[in-house]
Design a protein around this ligand. Sequence first.
Ligand code: AP5
Ligand code: MG
Length: 237
Amino acid sequence: MISYSAVSTVKGRATDLKTVPGPILLLGAPGVGKGTQAKELVKLWGIPQISTGDLLRANVAQGTPLGCTAKEIMARGELVPDSLVEEMAEHRLQQPDTANGYILDGFPRTLGQAEWLDGRLASEALPLVAVSIQVDYNQLLRRITGRRNCPACQAIYNVYVNPPKQDGFCDVDGAALVQRTDDTEEVFRERMRAYEALTAPVVEHYRAQGRFAEVNGDRPIGEIAAGIVAAVEQLRR
Ligand code: AP5
Ligand code: MG
């Protein structure tokens, strides 16, 4: 399992963060570790993770009209239309738990979504800070094909590098782990195509705005979390 020694170090520093975290954006390719890192930051800062992928999967599971539209698009590894994702994000951003900040995971991922978000945040006290996580292609493929998720508590495992204590079952609640239907090599390739074509320009958009940092994602989870916290502290000064 994960070594939390680095996160413990982060914990000491996170409590020293003088300002509220505010809106934080995690950028990076499919499987880079956005969800894993967002969960670490939630523990440290007590602000919510807003994952549009998780929200869409919940809509698919509940059979909502949005879920019915999104299901096939997600299964192909393509992106759901901006207007639908923005409406869903708006609803989530209006929840009171976002008052001190939130961690955006998987949104925005087109320039249209980024412009929508910029407009929405223009009147807020704290600007967005963006952190891009970098991992090479072969490592991403291994992370995607080895990923297993807990359907009850959303914990994320990996059969190769971060396995549960008991094969196939969540350490936290014992639920049987599941594999996402889009976590195949074929769909991953399409998701990477969508990332390169539509989301890589979003990374450049936020790099150009400043308040942007890059972290190496090919390290232990706790070390990456420490790197993200250090970057956010620096950008908030
Ligand atoms: P989404 O759910 O956002 O998928 P994604 O961007 O492809 O990202 P992933 O969730 O696959 O990866 P991750 O970076 O969160 O990695 P994780 O932490 O799990 O989107 C799914 C679909 O929904 C899209 O394809 C699209 O159709 C639609 N969608 C969502 N948002 C949208 C939007 N805004 N607009 C339009 N459409 C949208 O980690 C991966 C694995 O690596 C795990 O097994 C983990 O244990 C392991 N791992 C993590 N960190 C490490 C480490 N440091 N070392 C070793 N292993 C690690
Ligand atoms: Mg994710």
